[in-house]
Design a protein around this ligand. Structure first.
Ligand code: IPM
Ligand code: MG
Length: 361
């Protein structure tokens, strides 16, 4: 069986971490009987350098023709990179937003799991994290503040900027359905996060989520204000199963959730549309400060590749094998620098990829 995978290596550590994920995909393919063909796609700074824009329409078309897309990370150092001299709509991040929108990737799944082996890297006290936790952030990805009308104007001599936060009920309903569907396969709890004490968009969010919940009597729904949620994530992360939230809140809470697992280098993500197609990327950024040094943690990208095998490519057994290989490597005491702790063996990016490949069965 042939799988046609779009690959966006991107910027910063992107090329290094994606190379390891491709290695792992190929190894799992040998064991589970599929073969990958890769199509390299340019996004972000890498695309600006070649085409002058962060994403071309041609790349969007090529991505659509793939079974799924695996991505590293995009963007550079905003202080030093020439990409940030360009107007905002031509910067690397604009390419990422455009591909999300063009491919209609409205459902962004960001799992945050605390591995037993990594509990030393977790900044929270043992009494909070004992027994680990496993939560899933379901972030709406193609609406809200990220895609509302924005402008900067001068009003009576005063510079004034506008960003608008809009959601319609259809956008809320489709992401809520995804969250309830996922919760059904997990611990059957949805916490919908909003700011309904202030925002109209949140009040609509809450009422549409409640309508959807009627079709899922077996799933428990609760609502939480976003400021409280930010606090609860460090006070008691175990209370959460699926967190359902809008674009901007999800952006912020998912970084927080990743940190409580110990390292952003561990967290995978999937961005899905109505079909099985998806774009898979680590939750972390391009880390330009360590790019090219061979020390970045490739595990988040490898786990994103596992999500891709599961959600887009119908290769559940291969996905399980990759996830298991990651746990084994951690059990065997191998760590990249970001998750290093005493008594473990520190390895670089490529060695970590090899060690995971060796454990795929
Ligand atoms: C993320 C990133 C992006 C976002 C940036 C790079 C535009 O932070 O995927 O969380 O805000 O969505
Ligand atoms: Mg973010």
């Amino acid at each position: 069986m042939n799988l046609h995978i779009g690959v966006i290596k991107g910027d910063g550590i992107g090329p290094e971490i994606v190379t390891e994920a491709m290695k792992v995909l190929d190894k799992a393919g040998e064991v589970y009987g599929y073969e990958c063909t890769y199509e390299q796609l340019l996004l972000g700074g890498a695309s600006i350098d070649v085409h002058g824009v962060p994403l071309t329409d041609e790349t969007v078309e090529k991505a659509k023709a793939c079974d799924a897309v695996l991505m590293g990370s995009i963007g550079g150092d905003a202080k030093t990179s020439p990409w940030y001299q360009l107007e905002p709509s031509r910067r690397p991040e604009a390419g990422l937003l455009k591909i999300r929108k063009e491919l209609n990737l409205f459902a962004n799944l960001r799992p945050a799991v605390l591995y037993e082996e990594l509990k030393d890297a977790c900044p929270l006290k043992e009494e909070i994290t004992g027994g680990g936790f496993d939560l899933m952030i379901m972030r709406e990805l193609t609406g809200g503040l990220y895609f509302g009308e924005r402008k900067t104007v001068e009003e009576n001599g005063v510079r004034t900027a506008y960003d608008s936060l809009t959601y319609n009920e259809n956008e809320i309903r489709r992401i809520a359905i995804r969250a309830f569907d996922i919760a059904r396969k997990r611990r059957k709890k949805v916490t919908s996060v909003d700011k309904a004490n202030v925002l109209d968009s949140s009040r609509l969010w809450r009422s549409v989520v409640e309508e959807v919940a009627k079709d899922y009597p077996d799933v428990e729904l609760s609502h939480m204000l976003v400021d409280n949620c930010a606090m609860q994530l460090v006070r008691d992360p175990k209370q959460f199963d699926v967190i359902l939230t809008e674009n901007m809140f999800g952006d912020i809470l998912s970084d927080e959730a990743s940190m409580v697992t110990g390292s952003i280098g561990m967290l995978a993500s999937a961005s899905l549309n109505e079909t099985k197609f998806g774009l898979y990327e680590p939750s972390g950024g391009s880390a330009p400060d360590i790019a090219g040094k061979g020390i970045a943690n490739p595990i988040a990208t490898i786990l994103s590749a596992a999500m891709m095998l599961r959600f887009s490519l119908d290769q559940d057994r291969a996905a399980d094998a990759v996830e298991k290989a990651v746990s084994l490597v951690l059990k065997d005491g191998y760590r990249t620098g970001d998750i290093m702790s005493e008594g473990c063996t520190q390895v670089g990016t490529s060695r970590m990829g090899d060690l995971i490949c060796e454990r795929i069965q």
